[in-house]
Design a protein around this ligand. Sequence first.
Ligand code: ADP
Ligand code: MG
Length: 413
Amino acid sequence: MTTSLKQALKSHFGFDNFRSKIQEDVVKAVIRGDRDVFVCMPTGAGKSLCYQLPAMLADGITLVISPLIALIQDQVDHLKELNIPACSINSKLPANERHLILADLGSSSPKLKLLYITPEMVASPSFQPCLTNLCSRGLLSYLAVDEAHCVSQWGHDFRPDYLKLGKLRARLPGVPCLALTATAPRNVQEDIVQSLSLNSPLSFVTPVFRRNLHYDVIFRDQLPNPFAHLYTFIKKALALGSGSNGQGCGIVYCRTREGCETVAHQLTKLGILSKPYHAGLKAGDRTEVQNDWMQGRMLVIVATISFGMGVDKANVRFVAHWNLAKSLASYYQESGRAGRDGLPSLCRAYYSPKDKDQIYFLIRQEVIRRQEKRGSVKDTDKAPITDFEAMVSFCLQESATRKTLVTKPHLFF
Ligand code: ADP
Ligand code: MG
């Protein structure tokens, strides 16, 4: 099963591997088709694939609900490039094209695999006969509700039309529903499950993507003064306070020793006492810096990723990445050191194309070095590159999504 899934992933989407274990698990759960599925993963984690791959492996059509025509258009264009039969019915569609689509849907074996639609359109009377007809012929494989937090009044993007999806579900008996979102607060999740009448859904929530952590990405090269920007962020994060645990503290991660030294120096100059921590320091000095930070004598530690293993401090109010992490998995692990006490905390990644190119270069060199040493090439050699690409696309997506649609919980701003 796994091999054929991987083959399908490769042949339809060109990917060698699933982006994460959770992405693979969701795909398998959707394909099993015996339960509704709820997915909460951060932007860029690859939620679309969770219904797109099952859609390709099913006989019928997958109906995808998405809130904005612009988002739908992006996805449909992308799928068409991959030669995947996908299209969208929306208010902007010329009548003749709409006619062609409806004709295909009405035929005995429709060619279409993915039909994207806005919630307004799915509720419109003109579309009902087509829908009922597909359902009664058993041709609806899945109902996927993307950006499912739009159903919740707690979220930032509440869309009244999403509330109609509950009724839609009632008219599609036996069609498993998959709800996807990047918005994690529990009340939003509860609204989604209730409004879409998800029936004891299998729930997949990225574990380290915790509800009290607020993620964002800043393009570093576009800032007039990056250090001042970081300083302002730290001030804001530390002002969040820390309940009964006293003053909060934070971690800035840098890729190099020099980076740590520079950032610590700049922050101290701006008025936040901070110290560097990296493998270039004497063991004694390193321990001292760590202790100062652990015991709250110094609030901000500027460290390479050698810092943090086994460090468990409850009141870390922020983790900032001055350079990109090498994979999404490391990013969540490192940023997940914030907010262990469950209180609101900030996770920020500073993105820079130059930084990205450098890290790419280093990772590629490492891959080549390993191949030369072994004298052969393996499929899995590329994994570090794919992993890093996931991190990069998270950053790009995060900032792009922010412009079109706020999909993140704004817990405390
Ligand atoms: P989300 O909806 O979770 O924000 P998307 O579905 O838009 O994320 O996917 C983000 C990016 O990740 C897209 O460019 C997509 O092509 C890519 N992607 C998804 N799955 C994989 C995978 N298994 N391997 C490599 N890239 C992937
Ligand atoms: Mg998405």
